[in-house]
Ligand binder design. Structure first.
Ligand SMILES: C[S@@+](CC[C@H](N)C(=O)[O-])C[C@H]1O[C@@H](n2cnc3c(N)ncnc32)[C@H](O)[C@@H]1O
Length: 261
C-alpha cells in the first residue's frame, strides 16, 4: 500500500523531467525570498562552515536556486559548483554567479567527476524530496561527491515550524507583478503546500494569472539522521536556527552538520 508521500515522490520524478513548479516562480523567488534568506543564513554558514574552510576550497551547492549565495561564496574566494533541477533558476544563477559552474541535475541522481571539500543545501530544499528513499538517494550522491572528512550542511523545517508557520496568506504588489502565497500543512500526511497565485503584466498591458502549488515534505529528525548514518555520514550535529544560531523568528528550522566518513 503506497502512501501519499510515495505518490508525491513518483509524480515529482515524472514532473521534474519536464518542468518544475519553480520554473514559473524563479524571478519572484529570487527577488522576494532568496535575497532575504541569503542575508540571514550567511552568518550561520560563516559560523558552522566557513570559519574552518579556507578559500579556495571547492563547495558543492545543491538546489542552488538563483545562485545568490553561490555568488557571495565566489566573492569570498571559494570555487562553487551549483546543482539545480530548474532551468529558469539556473539561467538566473549563471547570470548572478558567472564564475561558478552550474549543472541541471536532480540531487537524487547527479554524478560529479571530481570531489569537493564541502557540500551545502539551503533554504529547506531537501523538503522537495518526498520519501526517506529519496533522501537516502540524494545523501548517497553527496557522499560520493565529497572528500573524506568534508562537511555536509543543510537545513530543514521541523514539524513545529510547519505547524506554527504554515497558515495564513501573504501577498506582494508591484507595478507588473502581483503574487499571493497561501501556505498550509497537512499534519497527517506531513505534506506542506504553498499555493501561489501569480499575476503578471504582459507587454500589451494584459495580465496573465497562473495558479500552482509547490509541495514540501516534513521529514522527521529521526528519518534524516537514519538517512545520514545509512549513507556514511557521522559526527552529526543538529542546531535549532533560533535557539542555537541566533536566526530571528526561525524556531523549528534545523541545521544538520555532518562529516563524510
Ligand atoms: C527553496 S529553493 C532554494 C534555493 C536556494 N538554495 C536558496 O537558498 O535560495 C529550492 C530549490 O531546489 C530546487 N530543487 C527542488 N527539487 C530538486 C531536485 N530533486 N534536484 C535538484 N534541485 C531541486 C528547486 O528548483 C529550487 O531552486
Amino acid at each position: 500500500m503506497y502512501g501519499w508521500r510515495h505518490v508525491f515522490s513518483l509524480s515529482f520524478s515524472i514532473i521534474c523531467s519536464v518542468v518544475t513548479e519553480y520554473d514559473k516562480f524563479a524571478e519572484v523567488y529570487e527577488r522576494h525570498f532568496a535575497q532575504e534568506f541569503k542575508q540571514r543564513v550567511l552568518p550561520v554558514l560563516q559560523k558552522i562552515l566557513l570559519n574552518s574552510l579556507a578559500p579556495p576550497a571547492e563547495i558543492l551547492e545543491l538546489c542552488c536556486g538563483p545562485g545568490l549565495l553561490t555568488q557571495d561564496l565566489v566573492e569570498r574566494g571559494y570555487k562553487l559548483t551549483g546543482i539545480d533541477i530548474s532551468g529558469p533558476m539556473l539561467r538566473r544563477a549563471r547570470s548572478n554567479a558567472p564564475k561558478a559552474t552550474f549543472l541541471q541535475e536532480d540531487v537524487r541522481r547527479f554524478q560529479q567527476p571530481r570531489v569537493f571539500d564541502a557540500a551545502v543545501c539551503l533554504f529547506n530544499s531537501f523538503a522537495h524530496l518526498f520519501s526517506a528513499e529519496d533522501l537516502v538517494a540524494a545523501f548517497q550522491r553527496v557522499n560520493v561527491a565529497l572528500k573524506r572528512d568534508a562537511v555536509f550542511l543543510f537545513d530543514l523545517s521541523t514539524e513545529y515550524a510547519y505547524r506554527t508557520k504554515w497558515h495564513g496568506s501573504f501577498s506582494m504588489s508591484e507595478p507588473d507583478t502581483v503574487w499571493i502565497l497561501s501556505p498550509s500543512y497537512d499534519s497527517r500526511e506531513r505534506i506542506a503546500t504553498n499555493h501561489i497565485t501569480l499575476f503578471e503584466a504582459t507587454n500589451s498591458s494584459l495580465w496573465t494569472r497562473t495558479d500552482f502549488d509547490i509541495y514540501q515534505c516534513c521529514h522527521s529528525e529521526q528519518e534524516i539522521l537514519a538517512a545520514l548514518t545509512h549513507t556514511g555520514f557521522g559526527a552529526v550535529q543538529v542546531f535549532d536556527a533560533e535557539r542555537d544560531l541566533d536566526m530571528v523568528d526561525e524556531a523549528g528550522r534545523s541545521f544538520f552538520c555532518a562529516i563524510r566518513s
